[in-house]
Design a protein around this ligand. Structure first.
Ligand code: NAD
Length: 354
């Protein structure tokens, strides 16, 4: 089988992560690297990448390179991607693929014009917690789902560097929102998003959002809440999903969680009000235990296979497979993020058909 040669543009945290991850895939080898920072170039060469280029143009001129992986800050993605496609090299662009839908459209036009493929590293489609939740929903364990809540929270602020600057494509919507929205729309496809409301957080940063809460409505339901926070000292559950027959919680990255589902229609209501520490209630009193069952989740059903992304690149270069992540899918996510920014700016609900 043919082995393809790739080069990385931007050997920071993610560029290096790709190099280390792809070592497990024999079909593609990273042979070249370009980074504007000499220290990162030195590191790449000491890691074992054989060719260090002195400019991006030199990388593009290397006839041996079939594929360019772009892992620079976001504001370079479009220019670098278009230049690579013009040079005849397939492009894998880190997320977010572009700073706007106009930029992505230009990249897609360039791909159509040159006949060169463009894809995006939306790797969180393979995450075990996501697959575990999706599996439960698709098997109908929760019945008809009406609410999905997806949260990623930390308490360390925005990492130092370009992520703090708007011009470079900083902020948490572009950093994490792009992943969580992608997961949600892929799961709900082909349903369209018809309504969007978003509040951006600026707890410690004026220039870029350091978190946000986004509510999206899919046609005929469900409603999806996506929240990202960097000033959340107590972690919120990663997933909380409700259907008419059950609810699911997944607490954290370790994938531990529970499904509680109805096994019997409950008809019995007590005559009297129940007194709790926080006051009296009838409606919110717990269900009788024998009407529900509990399923423990620990991620063991899901084998996260991140290699699948790289194997797909080789198959696409062979001409035997479709792209695993298509630019049109990335376009939907970018348009949803644009609507979210618009909603935050105008403090209104955005009606849409995305
Ligand atoms: N898919 C994921 O899970 C994931 C995770 C983290 C980052 N990312 C994405 O990867 C990209 C890089 O993020 P990072 O965390 O590695 O950032 P980083 O700051 O660690 O690395 C960026 C690197 O790019 C280099 N660089 C800057 N401008 C350049 C230019 N014009 N040409 C060549 N090199 C240049 C910098 O010197 C640095 O080494 C971003 O688009 C980010 O959103 C994706």
């Amino acid at each position: 089988m043919k082995q393809y040669k790739a080069a990385i543009a931007g050997y920071g945290g993610m560029g290096r992560h790709h190099f280390k991850s792809i070592c497990t895939t024999e079909r593609i080898r990273f042979e070249g690297v370009y980074d504007i920072d000499p220290k990162r170039m030195k590191l790449a060469l000491s890691d074992g990448i054989s060719k260090g280029y002195s400019s991006y143009q030199e990388l593009l001129a290397d006839k041996e390179i079939d594929l360019v992986l772009i892992a620079t800050p976001n504001n370079f993605h479009m220019t670098y991607a278009c230049q690579a496609m013009e040079a005849g090299k397939m492009v894998v662009c880190e997320k977010p693929v572009a700073m706007s839908s106009d930029e992505l459209q230009e990249m897609m036009n360039c791909s159509a014009k040159t006949g060169v493929k463009l894809t995006v590293h939306q790797n969180r489609r393979e995450d075990a917690d996501y697959l575990e939740m999706r599996d439960a929903v698709e098997k109908g364990l929760l019945g008809k789902v009406f609410d999905i809540e997806s949260r990623v929270t930390g308490a360390r602020g925005i990492p130092n560097g370009w992520r703090q600057y708007a011009q470079a494509g900083g902020g948490m919507m572009l950093d994490w929102g792009v992943h969580l929205i992608d997961q949600m729309v892929m799961m709900m496809a082909p349903k369209k998003v018809t309504k969007i409301y978003c509040d951006m957080y600026h707890v410690n940063y004026e220039e870029c959002d350091d978190g946000f809460k986004l509510i999206m409505h899919f046609e005929d339901g469900p409603s999806a809440t996506i929240e990202v926070g960097t000033s959340h000292f107590i972690q919120a559950p990663r997933w909380y999903v409700c259907g008419d027959l059950g609810s699911l919680i997944i607490h954290s990255w370790d994938c531990n969680g529970t499904i509680v589902r109805a096994v019997k229609h409950e008809v019995h209501w007590e005559e009297e009000i129940i007194q709790t520490k926080a006051g009296p209630t009838k409606t919110m009193a717990p269900r009788a235990k024998n009407t529900t069952e509990e399923i423990k989740l620990d991620g063991s059903l899901c084998n996260a296979d991140y290699d699948v992304f790289y194997r797909n690149l080789a198959d696409v270069l062979d001409g035997t497979a479709q792209l695993r992540v298509k630019p049109e899918e990335a376009m939907r996510v970018i348009k949803i993020m644009e609507a979210a920014f618009e909603s935050d700016r105008t403090r209104t609900v955005i009606n849409c058909d995305i």
